[in-house]
Design a protein around this ligand. Structure first.
Ligand code: ADE
Length: 244
C-alpha cells in the first residue's frame, strides 16, 4: 500500500511512522509512506497557503491551489484513482469498518489542514472521503491522519505477527473484546478465572463470548442494537438486563 500524507507539519509524523508496527510495516515493504509539505507547491510569492475568507469573518481558509497541485503530483504515476481523504471534524465519524475498507485499497492520500478551514472546492472537486476521528476539535488533521493510518496499516497482511489477533479485536465482530489474563495465576491474591486455566477450549470460548457480550452491554450498549445475536447470546443479554 502507498500512503501519501499532505501536511504543513511533516515533522509531526516522524515519531509515529518510525516506531513500532508502522516502522516494521514500512521496513518489510508492506507499506510505503511519503510525507509531503503542500507549502512546497504554493504559487504564492510569499509562500502562503491560506487567505482571507470571501464574505469576511474570523480565521483564514486554505487555498485550493497548493493542495490540488500536491495531490496531482502524488497521483501522477498512479494507475488507479486513489482515495483522497480529508481530515476534519465535519467528516463521517471513523469506525473499525472504515479501517477494514481502507485496508483493501492500494493507495491512500491524507490531507491535513491546520488551524484554518478548507476552501469548499477542495471538498467538492478533489477528495473522495471526509473523516472525523471524534466529536472534538483538534488544531489540525495530522493527529486524525495518524489514527486512521495506524488503524489501517495494522490490518494489512503480515503486519501483526499473529494474523488472528486482528480478528479478535474489539469491534471486529461488533463487540468489545473479552478480558485477557497472563501469568501469574495468582497475583497479590487476585486470581485468574478458573475456566481459563481449565484447558477446556469449548468452555473457554463460551466464557469469552459471554464476557464480550457482558462488557459490551455494560460499556457500549448501543453497539448491541446493530448486531443480530444468536439465541444463546440473547439469553445471556436478557439475564444481564434482569440483573440491573
Ligand atoms: N481536524 C480537527 N479536528 C478533527 C477531528 N475531530 N477529526 C479529524 N480531523 C480533525
Amino acid at each position: 500500500m502507498k500512503i501519501d500524507i499532505l501536511s504543513l507539519f511533516p515533522e509531526m509524523f516522524t515519531g509515529v511512522l518510525s516506531a513500532s508496527m508502522m516502522h516494521q510495516a514500512a521496513d518489510r515493504g508492506i507499506v510505503d509512506f511519503a510525507v509531503t509539505n503542500f507549502r512546497d507547491y504554493t504559487e504564492n510569492k510569499h509562500n502562503r497557503v491560506d487567505d482571507y475568507p470571501y464574505g469576511g469573518g474570523a480565521g483564514m481558509v486554505l487555498t485550493p491551489q497548493p493542495i490540488f497541485d500536491a495531490v496531482d503530483a502524488v497521483t501522477e504515476s498512479a494507475e488507479q484513482q486513489p482515495r483522497v481523504i480529508l481530515l476534519t471534524p465535519q467528516g463521517r465519524p471513523y469506525q473499525q469498518a472504515d479501517a477494514e475498507a481502507l485496508s483493501k485499497e492500494d493507495h491512500l492520500i491524507f490531507i491535513c489542514g491546520h488551524y484554518e478551514g478548507y476552501d469548499e472546492r477542495i471538498r467538492d472537486h478533489l477528495i473522495t472521503d471526509e473523516i472525523s476521528i471524534g466529536d472534538y476539535v483538534l488544531t489540525g488533521g495530522e493527529l486524525g491522519a495518524m489514527v486512521v493510518i495506524d488503524s489501517v496499516v495494522r490490518l494489512l497482511p503480515g503486519v501483526l505477527g499473529n494474523e488472528t489477533s486482528a480478528v479478535s479485536d474489539s469491534f471486529s465482530n461488533g463487540l468489545l473484546e473479552h478480558p485477557q489474563y497472563t501469568r501469574p495465576a495468582n497475583f497479590r491474591g487476585f486470581e485468574v478465572p478458573e475456566v481459563l486455566r481449565s484447558g477446556n477450549h469449548a468452555k473457554i470460548d463460551e466464557w469469552r463470548y459471554r464476557q464480550s457480550i457482558k462488557r459490551t452491554y455494560e460499556r457500549r450498549p448501543e453497539l448491541l442494537n446493530k448486531l443480530s445475536l444468536d439465541e444463546q447470546a440473547k439469553d445471556w443479554l436478557e439475564a444481564l438486563k434482569s440483573n440491573d
